[in-house]
Design a protein around this ligand. Structure first.
Ligand code: NZQ
Ligand code: ZN
Length: 387
């Protein structure tokens, strides 16, 4: 196990009714808040009114930024930063899914930056002072509620880039699983695939000795496999929504990464798909994952796939290693199919002639140095297999 520095500073208020603590929580960080939300789902589920009531009851003044897009745009971030500067905002409150939270994080950073917020996305070292961020999560997927990252799109340049800073970790996140009851089947399935992918990115790596982290990773995968299906079929199953919500946070708050040295593979490939085609992030990951797994399966990785197949999918371990590995990959694909995720790039509207340019973009900073190094040709091969 490698050395590591543990820092997970986000306070979590988890469970039914925790919204009742929102007003007093925000008040601790300032008296003027920028409330950021998406296209209106928080109004449909009655959460907007509760938030406003909480803020009013605690004497907090509110300005708003609404309409954050799925795959949030840099134009919206810049608008939010402008509002912060003009209105003297003390604290940023994001209510919604990962896109809203990510937008809020860069707004909070850009509020103290003179210039285009895109600079902070392209170069995280330019992030200095960040307004305090509080979140109320409504979709279990990205882990943004407890991590330092934000992923922002620039549709003019077809770029979707991640940035991150320790100060961009939310101070407090309210996680009430009941607010995810209204998430559509499609987004629930995509969110489940996203959580699983975050775990895969850490699980499939080469460091030795992180036994504990690997067992925790398998527990999160099993949780997603069990409860993703239940949540898709019974959206108001509290146990399912609660387990998925906590899995979302644990998958990406650092716990899976501590003691390991790996970097990610499938996310950098997927980000090109959503940069060019604005597709749902988790769907892109689900489509690519089994093909990436097939591509990286070789003599150096087969034991890891056996570990995955036996521990996560309960595959009989008394078989040939490659038989187990291939079954594990097949089960992964079948699981995503069972959630009714479209399982080819063609089905989500991607054009074959764009595969090459996306593969080149995915490697524009150099080969993807993940579980197995991926050149532009390798990425293209995976894209073609997934087509
Ligand atoms: O905009 P509204 O009206 O809120 O609707 C959203 C949106 O249409 C809807 N939704 C959210 N909560 C709902 C709901 N609908 C009904 N009931 C609710 N309770 O769902 C749609 C998708 O929302 P979005 O926030 O885009 O989804 P998600 O949470 O999956 O976020 C995806 C974004 O996060 C990035 C992705 O790349 C993508 O841009 N990621 C962020 C990461 C991070 N910060 O660490 C890591 C991830 O790997 C990922 O890259
Ligand atoms: Zn993701």
């Amino acid at each position: 196990m490698n050395n590591f520095y543990y820092s997970i500073p986000t306070k979590i208020l988890f469970g039914k009714g925790q919204i009742e603590n929102l007003g007093q929580t925000v008040k601790q960080y300032g008296k003027r808040v920028l409330l950021i939300y998406g296209g209106g789902s928080i109004k449909k589920i009655g959460l907007y009114n509760k938030v406003m009531q909480q803020l009013a009851d605690n004497g907090v003044e509110v300005v708003e930024l609404s309409g954050v897009e799925p795959n949030p745009r840099i134009t919206t971030v810049n608008k939010g930063a402008q509002v912060c500067k003009e209105e003297g905002v003390d604290v940023v409150l994001a209510v919604g899914g990962g896109s809203t939270l990510d937008c809020a994080k860069v707004v909070a950073a850009a509020a103290n930056y003179e210039g285009d917020a895109w600079d902070l996305v392209k170069d995280a070292s330019k992030v200095k002072k960040v307004l305090p961020i509080i979140t109320v999560l409504t979709l279990a997927a990205t882990g943004s509620e407890m991590d330092a990252y934000a992923v922002i799109s620039n549709m003019e340049t077809n770029e979707k880039l991640g940035t991150g800073h320790e100060e961009m970790k939310p101070k407090v996140s309210i996680l009430d699983p009941e607010y995810t009851y209204s998430v559509s089947k499609y987004q629930t399935a995509a969110g489940t695939a996203d959580i699983m992918s975050h775990v895969f990115e850490e699980y499939f790596e080469r460091s030795e000795g992180a036994f504990l982290q690997n067992r925790m990773a398998e527990a999160i995968l099993k949780t997603c496999i069990k409860y993703g299906k239940i949540a898709v079929e019974s959206p108001e199953d509290y146990e399912a929504r609660a387990n998925l919500m906590w899995a979302s946070s644990l998958a990406l708050n650092g716990l899976m990464h501590y003691g390991k040295a790996g970097s990610w593979s499938v996310h950098p490939m997927e980000h090109e798909l959503s940069a060019f085609y604005d597709i749902t992030h988790g769907v892109g990951l689900a489509i690519l994952t089994p093909h990436w797994m097939k591509y990286v399966l070789d003599e150096t990785s087969v034991d890891k796939f056996v570990e995955y197949g036996v521990n996560v999918w309960d595959i009989d371990k008394n078989q040939d290693k490659y038989v187990i590995a291939k079954q594990a990959i097949q089960k992964t694909r079948e699981y995503f199919l069972s959630l009714e995720i479209p399982m080819s790039l063609r089905e989500v509207g991607i054009e074959e002639e764009k595969l090459e340019v996306m593969a080149r973009q995915a490697t524009r900073f150099g080969d993807i140095k993940g579980y197995k190094t991926l050149s532009a040709e390798a990425v293209l091969e995976i894209f073609k297999a997934a087509y």
